[in-house]
Design a protein. Structure first.
Lengths: 186, 794
């Protein structure tokens, strides 16, 4: 496949160079034939239909496209798909199974760590990497770790709380501060 | 039978966790770029690299020849279909694709539609445009010079670059007030250009189906119904054959209100190709071409009595609107609601003279987290107030207290003619001063000064008009600014609610259901909320200017009451009593004389489909259009403390206290989220967000490496407090809140820095208050203006 964007372009240009790559995405081995210039974020979104990873700035500033590359958060809008050949990529869709939530996902909901939701997948992926390296981060450590992820809605304070909530839960404490009111929605 | 617990059913006052989060946290949101239609093509826009030039020729032949290219659109092709120009929301015109000239850097010149966005981008590079450069105008001062070229020579009756001269207030009595004043305090300011920059850029998918003649347009729009009307007018398509769908939106902040050329071009492309056409704007395109905000200069004067009483206000503003006057604002107000300034103070008279001009910059003037220039109004107001207090040698808190409208003085006519209706201004200020420890801080500041440290405290207090409008005064292109809600109660008591608003993160799916729960006792989790599809939602003016809760939220309450009125008749039938003997408590009707006997709202819903009274129309659904009697007037007091490093000019925020009175809070958690988001934008404006232009009109700040948005690291922590004064005319007593902190916040930060510099003779540093500006002010002991021109003095 040379183009991810059409049910295969009817007239694929013969001279377009392509390369076959194999990578692990959210625990599954996947193969793709891609142009060397294809961005990883486009492979994920168009090729694998994993649209939870977003594009916000094209220049590695906003972090909406953050995924984990062999466990390390990277900006998939400035990494080429071919660079992932033989590596592991995790996206927001890989955080938890279909009927469950990761503690970070729960924390973002419990602490109102999102509004429009566009930056949220990237925020959560960065948070995941942070908590794996540092299970009990301070507020400053969280703020520093999230420095590559922009949010225009929340003012970050609740995002910091969300990560702390998740840290608390993962630590076996059963969740950070209690919800103020009884949960009425599923 | 015990009454329902309103908080337990997710009613008013419940910090209910958000329904929409369930999809967002799983990465299952449905944002525009997530939509893929069969056979979809991709559009890319070629933009002008120069700010002002005549177009001699456009050669698209190489682009056409590239494999995978389906269509190349130019202004000439648009013109042949009468689509080269489109109307703006302020009765001006804007080029869709340039024909004669380009008038700002980033203007849309041509579009390529191809099988794949990579091919479309390649093909844009293959288009050759011959530009003949023209003199460039980058600020209003140049624009008004005698020798200035006329930027809009496409328009008849446009001999110069002035768009409007507008005035409001009473000039004569204001002149008298100044003649009688003990002291006149003057201040000159620039509220710099800023860009809302939601993390999701603008985008569209146009899908014209020849078989049905129906055009479906997926758009990142905050106002889908207005867009449908605009598309009907611009593209001359019948309105019932246009369906606008606004899916999940990745932030709006006013940026996604206007109609953009990319939308129109993608629609034409889809009609011509009879295939879906997707356009995804890139970040640079978003920053250099879509609705910016602010860019207003002020000369302000306050007539003062020596005891601190403000006798009169004089404001003279000059606004830079860029190349096309495309402000999204109520039609009759040329500079938005900038005359809402000083509404919280009891001032006998005021006069404002406003002028707007064209320049070779991107068009805009959108309400960036703002009710139509209210942000400028409140910033000017609070900077002038602080300067006046300093000029009089008066304490800044005391000066405000002396001038506040008193709690028993409502309704109150503001100096520019608005009518405010409620508030406890002095109480909010007191709560704020208490929280920050005002007197202690003043002592600390004095002590610190002895050791050469510069501490400062800034206050900003304001009431602002949110929730346009009332239909007498507020319309956009003649469409009155009401809003709507439609509620269907199903047989099992579950419900579907649709409104004419459109959430972009405000959480409508959660809070609208809470209003239904409050009015009907149906648990919020039993109410699903839908917005953004013009084929299903009732007509509404959309979400911006903090108008959702004041207008659409009121419509939700009103439609719920209509449902309750019908359910009461059904209850009387079920209880076999007359309607007059039926009483209501949350979720249940009962017999007045025998409260144990009753029927629930769910039982009434079932009966509406299975056991209605004779002669009653079946079903339980209704629609309400709500035309508010007035704006709502929330009040806020923001206080920031800072420390300025005299060696470098760097200032650090020590604390931020916010006291907001937005009336009754539907969901306190969401309200606080809105306030914190607004405070962050306020801090960003005061500290770093800077998008400007060099002498040639090149945009400085065309990506997020140059246009700095605050990260978690820089953003200070916020301490929130509340006062509740219900809105007397809103059905549930709520007032707008979304923009308050972004509107009132910037002055608190700037006032804090200026307070730290008190005694140096410096009265103003324009935003962003960069360290180098502070440093220079400390060296020169002079005010620092941020513009014009232009380049960041880094």
């Amino acid at each position: 496949m040379t183009s991810l964007f059409e049910e295969i372009s009817p007239t694929p240009a013969d001279e377009v160079p392509v390369r076959q790559i194999t990578l692990t995405v959210n625990g599954q081995r996947r193969s793709a034939v891609v142009e060397p210039r294809l961005l990883l974020v486009h492979l994920l979104r168009q090729g694998f239909r994993l649209t939870g990873t977003h594009i916000g700035c094209d220049t590695t500033n906003c972090g909406a496209c953050t995924v984990l590359f062999d466990g390390t958060p990277i900006k998939s809008c400035t990494m080429l798909a071919v660079q992932t050949d033989g590596h592991e990529v995790m996206t927001v869709e890989g955080l938890a199974g279909p009927s469950e939530l990761h503690a970070i996902q729960e924390g973002f909901k419990e602490e109102h760590g999102l509004q429009c939701g566009f930056c949220t997948p990237g925020m959560m992926m960065t948070s995941k990497a942070l908590l794996e390296e540092n299970p009990n981060p301070t507020e400053d450590e969280i703020r520093w770790a999230l420095g590559g992820n922009l949010c225009r809605c929340t003012g970050y304070q609740n995002i910091v709380k969300a990560v702390m909530w998740a840290a608390g839960k993962l630590d076996g404490a059963g969740g950070g501060e209690n919800a103020e009111t009884e949960e009425v929605t599923s | 039978m015990t009454a329902l617990d309103e908080v337990k059913i997710g009613g008013m006052g419940a910090s209910r966790r958000r329904v929409e989060d369930n999809r967002f946290i799983r990465g299952k949101g449905n944002y525009l770029d997530d939509i893929t239609l069969p056979g979809m093509l991709h559009m890319e826009i070629l933009r002008s690299p120069v700010a002002h030039a005549r177009i001699n020729s456009i050669d698209t032949s190489k682009a056409w020849a590239m494999p995978g290219v389906r269509l190349v659109l130019t202004g000439e092709m648009m013109a042949s279909r009468n689509l080269a120009w489109m109307p703006t929301l302020s009765y001006d015109t804007q080029a869709v694709l340039a024909t004669d000239k380009v008038r700002f850097q980033g203007q849309e010149v041509a579009c390529v539609i191809a099988d794949d966005p990579y091919i479309a981008k390649d093909a844009c590079q293959a288009i050759v445009v011959d530009y003949e450069p023209l003199p460039v105008i980058v600020n209003p001062q140049q624009s008004m010079a005698e020798s200035a070229p006329v930027i809009r020579d496409d328009k008849v009756n446009q001999p110069d670059n002035v768009i409007y001269d507008w005035e409001v207030g009473d000039k004569e009595s204001t002149d008298r007030a100044f003649a009688e004043a003990d002291v006149v305090s003057k201040l000159e300011l620039h509220y710099p250009r800023s860009h809302p920059s939601p993390i999701e850029c603008c985008a569209s998918i146009a899908d014209f189906d020849r078989a049905t003649s129906k055009l479906t347009v997926y758009l990142t729009t905050q106002a889908p119904h207005i867009i449908r009307a605009a598309v009907a007018l611009v593209a001359e398509l019948p309105e019932h054959m246009i369906r606008v769908i606004s899916p999940d939106i990745g932030g709006g902040f006013g940026n996604k209100v206007p109609v953009y050329p990319g939308y129109v071009a993608s629609i034409l492309a889809s009609i011509l190709l009879e295939r879906p056409v997707k356009w995804i704007e890139d970040r640079t395109g978003n920053l250099i071409s879509t609705g910016f905000a602010r860019d207003v200069y002020l000369q302000g004067e306050l007539a003062l009595r020596r005891d601190g009483k403000i006798l009169g206000v004089r404001m003279n503003t000059l606004a830079d609107h860029g190349a096309f006057f495309s402000d999204a604002q109520p039609s009759k107000f040329k500079i938005g609601l900038i005359h809402s300034a000083f509404a919280c103070y009891d001032i006998p008279t005021a006069h404002l003279q406003a002028r707007g001009v064209y320049t070779n910059k991107a068009p805009g003037g959108v309400a960036y987290r703002c009710s139509f220039r209210v942000t400028e109004a409140m910033f000017f107001q609070e900077r002038m107030v602080q300067a006046a207090a300093d000029d009089l040698g008066m304490d800044q808190a005391e000066f405000r207290r002396v001038n506040f409208v008193r709690d028993d003085d409502f309704p109150h006519r503001t100096p520019f003619g608005f009518l405010t209706d409620s508030g406890q201004y002095a109480k909010c200020l007191d709560v704020g001063l208490e929280a920050i420890g005002y007197q202690d801080f003043l002592k600390e500041k004095e002590e610190a000064a002895k050791r050469g440290r510069l501490l400062g405290i800034g206050i900003s207090t304001m009431t602002e008009p949110l929730g346009a409008g009332n239909s007498r005064e507020y319309d956009i292109l003649g469409i009155k600014m009401f809003d709507s809600a439609e509620l269907r109660i199903h047989m099992t008591g579950k419900a579907l609610l649709r409104t004419g608003a459109k959430s972009q993160g405000q959480g409508h799916e959660t809070t609208w259901a809470q209003i239904v729960a409050h009015e009907l006792g149906i648990p919020a989790q039993d109410v699903v909320v839908e917005e953004g599809d013009t084929d299903t939602a009732p007509f509404g003016m959309g979400t911006y200017a903090s108008r959702s809760t004041p207008v659409a939220g009121a419509a939700v309450a009103m439609v719920s009451r209509k449902i309750r009125a019908k359910a009461r008749k059904i209850a009387a039938h079920l209880l076999e009593i007359s309607e007059e003997d039926v009483e209501w408590e949350l979720g249940r009707f009962y017999v007045r004389s025998n409260p144990e006997r009753g029927v629930t709202i769910q039982e009434c819903a079932a009966a509406a489909y299975s056991n209605m009274p004779d002669g009653m129309e079946p079903g339980l659904e209704n629609v309400a259009y709500y035309d508010p009697p007035n704006l709502t007037w929330p009040f806020a007091c923001y206080i920031a403390t800072v420390e300025v490093d005299p060696e470098t000019g760097v200032w650090d925020v020590l604390r931020v206290v916010a006291v907001d009175d937005c009336g009754v809070r539907i969901n306190p958690m969401i309200v606080e989220g809105q306030i914190m988001g607004g405070l962050t934008e306020a801090y960003a404006m005061a500290n770093m967000q800077f998008i400007t232009f060099d002498e040639e009109g090149n945009c400085i700040g065309a990506n997020f490496t140059d246009y700095l948005l605050p990260t978690a690291w820089e953003t200070p922590g916020f301490e929130l407090h509340e006062v509740v004064t219900p809105c007397p005319h809103h059905p549930i007593g709520a007032k707008g809140i979304g923009e308050c902190a972004a509107v009132g916040g910037p002055a608190a930060f700037v006032n804090a820095v200026m307070n730290a510099l008190q005694g140096t003779g410096v009265r103003n540093i324009d935003m962003p208050v960069f360290p180098d500006r502070v440093f220079r002010a400390l060296q020169t002991r002079e005010d620092i203006g941020g513009a014009p021109p232009v380049r960041a003095e880094v």
